[in-house]
Design a protein around this ligand. Structure first.
Ligand code: FE2
Ligand code: FE2
Length: 290
């Protein structure tokens, strides 16, 4: 799989796939332990050419369990089944919403209804934007926290930050210093040839092609970035001490791969965009169905 193949195949924008989705035609996935009491909740959609896009979320099952993002509408039933196989709804104390994009809010209303003891961690702008998409959210059950802020989840303090790559202005990542696990949201997206949850199980060449291409698709503004200024921001995120980075749209990056993935991200500053599919792909797709 190369950048050319990515161009030919599909591309994610706000979690929306250009190629038609058949979510029943994907490998089965189940919650995966990625750090102590920290579970990736995976889901896949076909991305063409035998590749799949992850649409993940996460659960931190500490003293005060936290649901981290709520999946995509197409996975709603699967998402509910997987999340509540690792935590009881009544035990959930926090629902952390990284941002208001639909591929992160698919189960939000269900989670709020099913988890009466949960407080929603979000921000003003997300609530404003979601007001255009769904019924009013319960203000009395929220806490609005900005990047640099944190909240106490009983046995850990979880820190919010602005991820290096994002496709929505409301985006906040989440870092858990007790496990060094990080929810890096739309950063480090990477298509995979199957149900592969750890970047170490992918060829390095695939990661080196895919992460820059997907980062570029998600955050095309990288072309206008001053490399020194951007480096300082990415350095600050990496310096939090992350050992395991979970992406909503790719396999988990851990160990030495973490620094490499941050490097691939830093290098995009000031570089031209990597193009996403255009009319040529649409023509090809129409030809195959016609
Ligand atoms: Fe996303
Ligand atoms: Fe997004």
């Amino acid at each position: 799989m190369t950048t050319t193949a990515l161009r030919d195949g599909l591309v994610p924008g706000r979690g929306r796939i250009v190629v038609a989705m058949h979510i029943t035609d994907v490998p089965a996935t189940s919650p995966t332990l990625i750090a102590p009491e920290t579970f990736l909740i995976p889901n896949l959609v076909p991305a063409g050419d035998g590749m799949y896009l992850h649409v993940n979320s996460m659960v931190i099952r500490g003293a005060e369990p936290v649901i981290v993002d709520t999946g995509a509408p197409v996975h709603r039933d699967l998402w509910l089944e997987k999340v509540f196989s690792v935590v009881e709804p009544d035990d959930v104390r926090w629902i952390f919403l990284s941002h208001d994009d639909p591929d992160h809010t698919g189960g939000l209303l269900d989670a709020l209804e099913m988890c009466p003891n949960a407080t929603l961690v979000t921000n003003w702008f997300s609530v404003e934007r979601l007001g255009l998409e769904m019924p009013p959210l319960p203000l009395e059950r929220m806490r609005w926290i900005e990047p640099g802020g944190s909240f106490d989840a009983g046995d850990r303090t979880l820190h919010l930050f602005r991820p290096p790559v994002f496709d929505g202005p409301t985006t906040r990542g989440l870092y858990d210093p007790t496990t060094a696990a990080m929810w890096i949201v739309d950063t480090f997206a990477c298509l995979t040839p199957g149900a592969i949850f750890d970047a170490c199980d992918l060829p390095r060449e695939l990661i080196d092609e895919m992460i820059p291409a997907m980062n570029s698709a998600v955050s095309p503004w990288h072309q206008w970035l001053d490399p020194a200024a951007y480096r300082r921001h990415v350095d600050d995120v990496e310096a939090m001490g992350v050992l395991v980075a979970a992406s909503a749209h790719g396999p988990v990056v851990s160990g030495p791969d973490v620094h490499h993935a941050f490097d691939l991200t830093r290098e995009a500053a000031g570089r031209p965009n990597i193009p996403t599919p255009g009319q040529e792909l649409l023509d090809q797709l129409l030809a195959t169905v016609g």
